[in-house]
Ligand binder design. Sequence first.
Ligand SMILES: C[S@@+](CC[C@H](N)C(=O)[O-])C[C@H]1O[C@@H](n2cnc3c(N)ncnc32)[C@H](O)[C@@H]1O
Length: 186
Amino acid sequence: MSKLTFLSAFIRNPKEVAAVSSSSKYVVNKIIKNVDFRNAKYMVEFGPGVGAVTQAILDNISPDAKLICLETNSKLCSFLNKNIKDSRLAVINDTAENFDLYTKKLNMPHIDCIFSGIPFSMINQKSKKAIIKKTKNSLRKGGKFIVYQQYNWHLGKYLSECFDKILKSIEIRNIPPTFIYICEKT
Ligand SMILES: C[S@@+](CC[C@H](N)C(=O)[O-])C[C@H]1O[C@@H](n2cnc3c(N)ncnc32)[C@H](O)[C@@H]1O
C-alpha cells in the first residue's frame, strides 16, 4: 500500500517527490545509526513521504520526545496521518522552509536533529541556502542535520558553507543509490 501511494505521488508530481520508491531499509539504518537517541528529544523531518524514516525515528525516540514532519504533498500527509498513529508525531502540510514556525508553535525549546529527504536539486539556490542556514541556526550545539539525496553530491558545497563537520557516504542498496550527509553543529 505504501509503495503504491509513493509511486502514484511520484507519477503525479515527479519534481516534488523525485524518487520512484521510498528509502530502503539500508538507507534508513545508515541514517538512524548516526543519532544518539538517548540525548535527542526534539526532532524535525523534511519530506517524510510515506514515513520510511519517520517510523524508524519513532521506534527509537523516548516516550516524551517530539517529531515534527513537514511534507508539501497533501496526499502523503493524509497517508501518514492515517497510517502512523503516534501522539509524539505532528505532520504538517507545508514546505520545509517554514519549519521554524511550527517548532515555535509546538514549544520545542531547541532541536536535536533534523532529517531531510527533500529533493534539494529541484529547489532554487536562494531557498536551498535559506533552508540550510535556518537549519543550522536552529540546531543545538552538537545537533545534527542528516540529509539524504539521490543522483549526486551537488549539495555538499552548500552544506559546507554552514557546517564545518560533515561525514559523507553512499548507500547503493537503494533505487537509485543515495548520498548521505551527516552534518554536525560544532
Ligand atoms: C525523495 S522523497 C523522500 C521520502 C522519504 N523521506 C523517504 O526517505 O522515503 C521526497 C519527499 O519530500 C517531499 N518534499 C519535496 N519538497 C518539499 C519541501 N520543500 N518541503 C517539504 N517536503 C517536500 C516530497 O513530497 C516527498 O515526499
